[in-house]
Design a protein around this ligand. Structure first.
Ligand code: GLN
Length: 507
């Protein structure tokens, strides 16, 4: 029998619809896979103890003849930043250890309504601060391509779960690259939708003007299918767009069969290649562009002079917003409380935050409160907001000339665990190519462009489109994906050395 964990979500959905397999079988296969490999990978912080019951319920409804949504019965992993009523939600932090939410995040509620089967909650950098998942209070996740390397971050758990065939689909969140950069280093697909396209209700806030929830998958079509489930207007989120979105799965299908690359104007940013990109990453990027050009795409050099200030602006705006968002962890309302006998409420609060937050979170709270303080507001936060506007203008000018912008998703392939953990600046520089999209609110996708000739590790290509043009990313992404799959003779992940093709752990 085929190994069900190797099927894409679209393939699982059609086998479920035809009655060839049941959701219980699909779910059990993934739970077995988690049991076999997750001691090595550590993608999950919590595995659901009732996934099989949920699956059995879907099967019963299908057997009774109920018309079910397309993805009904397909398993899903959920980043721990998203609150769930039936599993703890910690956002990777000690301060929320064991926290049970009284409500589901909108994206979780919509996933349940679509019949997706939650498998568990995935590991992440604490409060989504990081690019390696090493800042999780619960220990790092490992990259399925090489267990000594990072799976990216902050959503390394979701990306690793999908790359290691522990889940066909996962939910992530992207504030500065946390969906796209993990996709890049694990050979998977990740989409950061237009700001406001997917509800943030129930996504534990990092920086509210930058955060977006999105899909983490192995194919562009699967990302479109999941985006169709979670997206759309939500009255619970005041920044949610009231927009009639097209089907992103249809856009992906159209891209895979159509001629979308012919005449497509692809912008390449003149200023980016100088920013210290690994040679194997640049080479893979150039090769992917050449493939697109051979299909009739036009590669246009564009200028985005302010992108290089994106990292600096982001690391003022994000800490400022985060310091305010994290003020609610005050020892009274949520999670951890460290008692101080005879102490004041301030003493309890201080002791709780001291014990409950890790170093990176403290660093950013201090930076953020400093940047927002009366004497420094204009010099730091105010200036960063001006840079944000300049970056938005760079995008406007670029999109007057091109349909999409392409970049390598991140400067290097997966680095080694421990390599950058003591050097925050090096960690922050990972986000140089992903941050501008969050600052401007535009959508971005990362999909595998190949393996780096330097080290044999996966490389991602990122496409960016104007706000609200998410469908264009699915069309273009699926078109390139189809070309590359043809060239490779199958998915890149089939070549991941650590993963054996059968259900076992290490090869
Ligand atoms: N690496 C970035 C950071 O540390 C991105 C985080 C994110 O997107 N959540 O802030």
């Amino acid at each position: 029998m085929t190994d069900l964990t190797r099927l894409t979500a679209a393939e699982l959905a059609s086998s479920l619809a035809s009655g060839e397999i049941s959701s219980v079988e699909a779910t059990r296969a993934h739970l077995d896979r988690i049991a076999a490999v997750d001691a090595d990978i550590h993608a999950f912080l919590h595995v659901s103890d009732h996934a099989l019951e949920v699956a059995a319920d879907i099967d019963a409804r299908r057997t009774a003849g109920e018309e079910l949504p397309e993805l009904a019965g397909v398993p899903l992993a959920i980043k721990d930043v998203l609150v769930t009523t039936d599993m703890p939600s910690t956002s990777g932090s000690r301060i929320l250890e064991g926290f049970m939410s009284p409500y589901d995040a909108t994206v979780v509620a919509r996933s349940r309504a679509a019949g997706l089967v939650p498998l568990g909650k995935t590991n992440m950098d604490e409060f989504a601060m990081g690019s390696s998942t090493e800042h999780s209070a619960y220990g790092p996740t490992r990259n399925p391509w090489d267990l000594d390397r990072i799976p990216g971050g902050s959503g390394g758990g979701s990306a690793a779960a999908v790359a290691a065939f522990e889940a066909p689909l996962a939910l992530g969140s992207d504030t500065g690259g946390s969906i796209r950069q993990p996709a890049h280093v694990t050979g998977t697909v990740g989409v950061k939708p237009t700001y406001g396209a997917v509800s943030r209700y129930g996504a534990i806030a990092l920086a509210s003007s930058l955060d977006q929830v999105g899909p983490v998958t192995r194919t562009v079509l699967d990302a479109g299918l999941l985006h169709d489930v979670i997206g759309g207007h939500d009255p619970h989120d005041s920044t949610s767009l009231a927009e009639d979105w097209p089907s992103f799965a249809d856009a992906a299908r159209e891209g895979a069969r159509g001629d979308v690359l012919k005449g497509l104007r692809v912008g390449v940013i003149r200023e980016l290649p100088d920013s210290g990109f690994q040679s194997g990453v640049s080479a893979s990027f150039r090769a992917a562009l050449a493939r697109m050009e051979a299909q009739g795409a036009e590669i246009v050099e564009i200028s985005a002079p302010h992108f290089e200030y994106g990292v600096a602006a982001y690391y003022l705006i994000l800490p400022a917003e985060a310091s305010s968002n994290l003020a609610k962890f005050d020892s009274v309302r949520f999670g951890l409380r460290v008692d101080v006998p005879g102490g004041t409420v301030e003493d309890v609060m201080a002791a709780t935050r001291e014990a409950g937050f890790g170093d990176e979170v403290k660093r950013r709270i201090i930076l953020g409160t400093y940047a927002l303080s009366a004497g420094y507001y204009d010099a730091y936060y105010g200036s960063a907001q001006k840079v944000r506007t300049l970056i938005q203008q760079d995008f406007d000018q670029a999109f007057a000339q091109v349909d999409v912008i392409a970049t390598p998703t991140a400067p290097t392939t997966a680095f080694r665990l421990g390599e950058k953990i003591d050097d925050p600046l090096q960690m922050y520089l990972n986000d140089v190519a992903t941050i501008p999209a969050n600052l401007a609110g535009v959508p971005g996708i990362s999909l595998p462009s190949g393996l780096s000739a330097d080290d044999g590790l996966p490389v991602g290509i990122q496409f960016l489109a104007p706000a609200r043009q998410d469908a264009r990313l699915y069309r273009v992404g699926a078109a390139l994906e189809a070309l590359l799959l043809d060239e490779w003779g199958g998915p890149l992940l089939d070549r991941a050395p650590v993963l054996s093709a059968s259900t076992g752990g290490r090869a």
